[in-house]
Write a protein that binds this ligand. Structure first.
Ligand SMILES: [Zn+2]
Length: 593
């Protein structure tokens, strides 16, 4: 039976470039998972976009003297380029700065308000009399009231590490002009998580048996120890989604409240683009849909507590506010397989100190598949991991090239030379031949099970183990020697090895799509394993936004064992991967910092 699968991918913030830590944290695992389900023939939707709002963007814009929209669009452009180069098959990668996202976010807000899960409360907040506006926490600095550090941010002190009550800051000053702000009262909407707590606890307990321990600890664990309290979901800010209530023109929806709604709004936008405006309901309103949220561990509470609370609280009432659809409950997250962090050469990644492997920069010197391979092989699924350039060098040369690339290249080159580009007829297979094929073909089950459970490191290990089996088989059968004495026996071995390689091509395809496609062509097949990525610009009342899309038409790959036939014409192969020189280790290390 076909499954309906949503791969909801973390929204990169539109104020900095993407590095290897971001890729391995959420974007790459989502793509591997989505590609696997595409090969299985399941109904897949993979969505995300650039998180375009909030104070990190306005702070940067003010520092550069430009409009916030320029900041987000500059980085968004880079994201689209990187995601095509590294092969992330988003059905739609859009942004939160679209008319559609505004409408969907506002409908969610109205539904939560209507259902009684919002309340208003007055808070004290710093106000700039010079600029005549309330200042977000990040705009105010001063002296820490705990340790006396003079340059503390109003919400957190970098010296003592404590989270601060912004109103208690000593000698506050605004970051923009250095003037002294004053405390004024301001009213905000709060999401009433306390009232939704029982629903959320029930939702989490139903998933306790299979969620990652860290995700449970930061969600169910938090409910058990502290309980949930209301959180303000509006801000005194102009750059963002307007609050859909009369007299609230000076405020916006808090970026975290609306960014998670992006998963839903992007699905709706994708449906509209494809001329089937209700298509999104298959993933969001039909309860057997499986929805997975690929994120880093710093975002767990937003995806395991706040987003499910928004979905459960808004429920069918959302449909009443959005296009008056049939009122149905939302599908709650099936899994939130959050990854831990990736460090770099033993230290925490830091973009501002250039302690990072930048995606686009990396791809000017290396191909995408070695990046995908190395990142998957160290994927921080259960604990923090480390990018080490020496390890990258070894895994590329000793595993990707030696175990898999050379296997494919050696067999195809040998077959091309001795059988002139025609797959040999094996005659009757021996017990050893059949045992090898059985072992490799069982990979469609063993690798698949691991991918479905989002244990991608182990899935890749298993595929690599099967490639090693083929190498062992060839060492024993030694067709390179046999071809001189018994060409028929050598032909049988070559046929079996080619068939195994043809199956491995599919097993590796979710991880290494570019080299699997090349191999597909060398083996003499026409067409593409996967669909095509393309960008398109869309205009609406909010402005113009460019999006990345995926066209599945013509994708011929299937998660099935090889059906390679004797007599098939194939091509002279090229090496799938490049062997690296050891000098890259020192070269790359010298680029850091
Ligand atoms: Zn302090």
């Amino acid at each position: 039976m076909k499954e309906t699968v949503l791969a909801a991918v973390a929204w990169p913030y539109g104020n900095s470039e993407i590095h290897a830590g971001n890729l391995v944290g959420s974007y790459l695992p989502a793509d591997i998972f989505a590609r696997y389900h595409r090969l299985k023939g399941n109904r897949v939707l993979m969505v995300s976009g650039t998180d375009s709002h909030g104070t990190p963007i306005t702070v940067r814009a003010e520092a550069e003297g430009v409009e916030p929209i320029e900041v987000y669009q500059r980085f968004h452009k880079g994201f689209l380029e990187l995601f095509q180069k590294v092969g992330l098959t988003y059905d739609l990668f859009t942004s939160t700065h679209t008319e559609n996202h505004f409408e969907v976010s506002q409908a969610m807000f109205k539904a939560l308000l209507e259902n009684g899960f919002m309340y208003k409360e007055t808070q004290k907040q710093w106000y700039s009399t010079a600029q005549k506006r309330f200042l977000p926490d990040r705009y105010v600095e001063g002296t820490c009231y705990i340790c006396g550090y003079q340059n503390a941010r109003s919400d957190q002190c970098d010296q003592c590490g404590n989270l601060l009550d912004p109103t208690k800051l000593i000698d506050p000053r605004t970051k923009i002009d250095g003037s002294s702000p004053e405390l004024r009262e301001t009213e905000h909407y709060f999401l009433d998580l306390g009232t939704l707590q029982d629903d959320i606890a029930e939702f989490l307990k139903a998933r306790e048996s299979y969620w990652r321990p860290n995700v449970l600890r930061q969600s169910l664990g938090q409910i058990k120890t502290e309980g949930l309290r209301g959180r303000p979901i509006t801000r005194d800010l102009h750059w963002g989604v307007p609050v859909p209530v009369e007299g609230w023109d000076d405020k916006c929806l808090y970026v975290w409240f609306e960014a998670v709604i992006g998963y839903l709004s992007a699905s709706i936008e994708w449906s509209k683009i494809h001329g089937d405006p209700d298509a999104w309901r298959a993933w969001w309103k039909v309860q057997d849909a499986k929805t997975l949220y690929f994120i880093g561990k710093d975002n767990i509470p937003f995806h395991a507590i706040i987003w499910p609370a928004e979905l459960a609280g808004a429920g069918g009432t959302f449909d009443a506010f959005f296009n008056q659809g049939k009122e149905e409950k939302f599908v709650l997250p099936y899994d939130v397989p959050a990854n831990e962090f990736l460090n770099l050469e033993g230290k925490k990644i830091s973009g501002s100190r250039n302690w990072a492997v930048w995606g686009l920069d990396f791809l000017t010197r290396y191909d995408p598949d070695p990046l995908r391979y190395y990142l998957t092989s160290v994927m921080p699924e259960t604990r923090d991991a480390d990018w080490d350039w020496n390890e990258f060098f070894h895994r590329n040369n000793d595993e990707l090239v030696a175990t898999w690339g050379n296997l494919a290249n050696r067999v195809l080159s040998f077959a091309f030379k001795h059988w002139e580009g025609v797959v040999p007829d094996p005659g009757e297979l021996s017990a050893q031949d059949q045992a090898l094929l059985d072992s490799v073909e069982k990979g469609f089950e063993t690798v698949g099970v691991e991918i479905e459970a989002v244990r991608l490191r182990s899935a890749l290990d298993e595929a690599m183990r099967l490639a090693s089996e083929v190498n062992k088989y060839l060492d024993t059968a030694a067709p390179w020697k046999a071809v001189k004495e018994d060409k028929a026996a050598a032909g049988r071995t070559v046929y079996v090895a080619m068939k195994a390689i043809d199956s491995l091509k599919v097993l590796f395809a979710p991880f290494l799509p570019f080299s699997s496609q090349a191999l597909h062509t060398y083996l003499g097949y026409d067409g593409q394993l996967f669909g095509r990525q393309y960008t398109e610009a869309f205009k609406d009342a909010v402005g113009v936004h460019e999006a990345l899309l995926y066209d599945p038409d013509g994708a011929a790959g299937t998660w099935k064992k090889s059906d390679l036939q004797p007599g098939q014409i194939f091509k002279k192969p090229e090496p799938l991967f490049k062997k690296l020189d050891v000098s890259i280790v020192d070269e790359e290390r010298s680029r850091l910092g």
